[in-house]
Each structure stands twice: as structure tokens, then as C-alpha cells.
Design a protein around this ligand. Sequence first.
Ligand code: 5GP
Length: 178
Amino acid sequence: MSMAPLQLEKLLDEKKIAARVKEMGAEITKLCKKEDLIAVCILKGSFMFYSDLIRSIDADVRTDFLGCSSYGNATKSSGEVKLTLDLTHGIQGKNVLLVEDIVDTGLTMDFITKTLQARNPKRLITASLLFKPKALKVDFKPDYVGFEVGNEFVVGYGLDYQGYYRNLPYIAQVTSMQ
Ligand code: 5GP
């Protein structure tokens, strides 16, 4: 069964995304000063941003993946978060970069950063492609933000609606949901 198409409006095109991701990679490179870095992809939404970002980081990067899902309906998170896949390697004493697609209420990243801080990394830094400052419910701000957006629901470049639209090469705002 395929889904009824949503009405979309392009918000950020490929060129704009690519340029900003490159800038973020350069900033993170400066910060690591060639130290080892474990870059953690928070599944699933950040896989596309992650793969572009790590290619823009000029440091000794190792990759790892963290599965995370929040209970709730398609467009609203309930704030209850669970890990669905844990990291393969320990992070104690390591520099860790957490890579997220979007920070909305902040509850997901608040949960993940607290969970990983308890494992005593040397340093934990966070990068999110998108940030919705008006939706924030907890005191969490990513160290690196690609773009600030409003409260609109967005899809594409890894972000989904019911599992669809992740393969759009750009980011679009959903203008109507049937
Ligand atoms: P938070 O816990 O910060 O409220 O939400 C984080 C998660 O909610 C994101 O990782 C993402 O999966 C989902 N989310 C929040 N806003 C959007 C949005 O505008 N579009 C999509 N596709 N997912 C979103």
C-alpha cells in the first residue's frame, strides 16, 4: 500500500544544505584539532546528514550508530524515548560527536545526552541539522546547528513522514496533511 501524497513546499534546497553541512564539518574539524572522534549517527532520521557531515570532517573519525525512537503519533513526540540499538563500542574517555536530524522539544537529545554522559566520555558534542527553538521544552541546545526552523513539520534529506520522504534530496515543509 502506498500513501496519499502530502502537499510539500521546498524549504532548503540541496545546494544550501550541502554548503551549510560543509561549514559545520569545518567547524567541527577545528574543534577536534585532529584528535580521534567517535561520530554517532542517531537512527534513523540523521543517516543522510551524518554521511555528508562525516565526509566534511578532517580528523580520525570512527563511526557508530544509535537507534532511538520516541513513542507518539506520526507528527508529535510523546517525550518518552527508548533506545532500540545501542553503540557497538564503549565511549569512556573518548571524544564523541552526536549527530541528530532535528531537535524539536529537545526531549530525545536530553535523554540521549544524559544516557551517554553517564558512560563518562572525555567530551560529548552535539550537532543537529535542524533546530526548532520555539518547540523546545527542556534546557537543551545543540552545540552545532545547521538551520533554525519554525514549528512546521518537515520531511526529506532523511526526515520521514510514516517512513516515506526520507529519500528526498531537499528539505520540505508539509503544508497540508489529509
Ligand atoms: P524531540 O524529542 O526533540 O521532540 O524530537 C526529536 C525527534 O522527533 C526527531 O529526531 C524526529 O524524529 C522527530 N521530529 C521532530 N520534528 C520533526 C519534523 O518536523 N519532521 C520530522 N520528520 N520529524 C520530526
